[in-house]
Design a protein around this ligand. Structure first.
Ligand code: CA
Ligand code: ZN
Length: 300
């Protein structure tokens, strides 16, 4: 097992980043991650005015995955995503999808127990730790970690949690994988602009898999598969997600065109991931049991 600590962080996915770790496929990797503010907001008195924006949205990495090349589908098996706490939340005038209603900036520190967070000594919420930022380098240019896209990045998808597989398409040799922006818990939409932003630790393995035509980013857990799409509007994003899932069901799982469409309407779910980042992210979820009804299972 290799360890990588959160001081080894980058702020934009780019083929120009130097790898801080070379890892084998199948090797268990243990990473610690910063919260999205790099730990700068420690008390309610810490606000965005004093924030150094250049070190927001850090991702631990990048990790060079041996034997990966452009076009490969890289499966990331997230074994455990564990929040350390404390968590921080902010409300800021003009920021996020509710910013037009907020007049006073506020920073809230949430207490942690082993499996809950507590908001203002009043509201106890069960943790479901997830990674907001996770991805690989794009073929060219730099995608800031604030932004989601085909490479992954700031998807803020609540499905990206323990015991989940995320499939990404490698664009550069070695993939240059990284992740961060953990939330101890977050609602779909991330409407105020954050979840319970927390430092934490992740245990994962990576593996190139042969699934021709798989649309990515793609998620698999015990119950469902899902595709993730990001675009400038939610309208564009949801249309992309529908096409991606229908393409998966017909081309990869070999389900007839009309069956795929009707089953997406019958048992599929279109959901928001986030509506507050530079691109907006939605996902489409589909039950694995129905894939099995049609004789398809993803490689073990
Ligand atoms: Ca995020
Ligand atoms: Zn976050």
């Amino acid at each position: 097992m290799s360890d990588l600590t959160r001081d080894k962080a980058f702020f934009g996915f780019s083929p120009g980043n130097d790898a801080v770790l070379h890892a084998q496929q199948g090797e268990r990797l243990h990473l610690t991650t910063h919260d999205c503010f790099s730990g700068q907001l420690k008390t309610p008195a810490d606000t965005l005015e004093t924030l150094d924006w250049s070190i927001t949205n850090p991702a631990t990495g990048p990790i060079y995955i041996e034997g990966t090349k452009p076009g490969d589908v890289l499966r990331v098996d997230l074994h455990e995503v564990k929040a350390h706490g404390p968590s921080v939340m902010i409300a800021v005038p003009g920021v996020g999808a509710l910013g037009h209603l907020i007049t006073e900036e506020e920073t809230v520190i949430l207490d942690h127990s082993d499996d809950t967070v507590t908001y203002k000594d009043k509201v106890v919420v069960k943790q479901k730790p997830m990674l907001g930022v996770i991805g690989v380098a794009p073929a060219e240019g730099t995608v800031p970690n604030s932004t989601p896209g085909p490479h992954g990045g700031n998807m803020d998808c609540t499905l990206i949690t323990s015991n989940t597989r995320l499939y990404l398409t490698v664009a550069v040799e070695g993939a240059l994988f990284g992740c961060g922006d953990m939330h101890a818990v977050m609602g779909d939409g991330e409407v105020v602009v954050c979840g319970a932003e927390t430092p934490g630790e992740v245990t994962l393995t990576t593996q190139v898999v042969d699934i021709p035509g798989l649309p990515t980013p793609f998620i698999e857990n015990d119950e469902i598969v899902a595709v993730i799409a990001s675009a400038e509007t939610t309208d564009e994003a949801y249309k992309m997600a529908l096409d991606m899932m229908h393409g998966f069901l017909t081309n990869v799982a070999d389900i007839p065109v009309n069956d795929a469409a009707m089953l997406m309407s019958l048992v599929g779910n279109l959901r928001f991931c986030q509506v507050v980042d530079p691109l907006l992210t939605v996902r489409f979820e589909f039950p694995k049991s129905v894939l099995a009804d049609y004789g398809y299972t993803l490689p073990a």
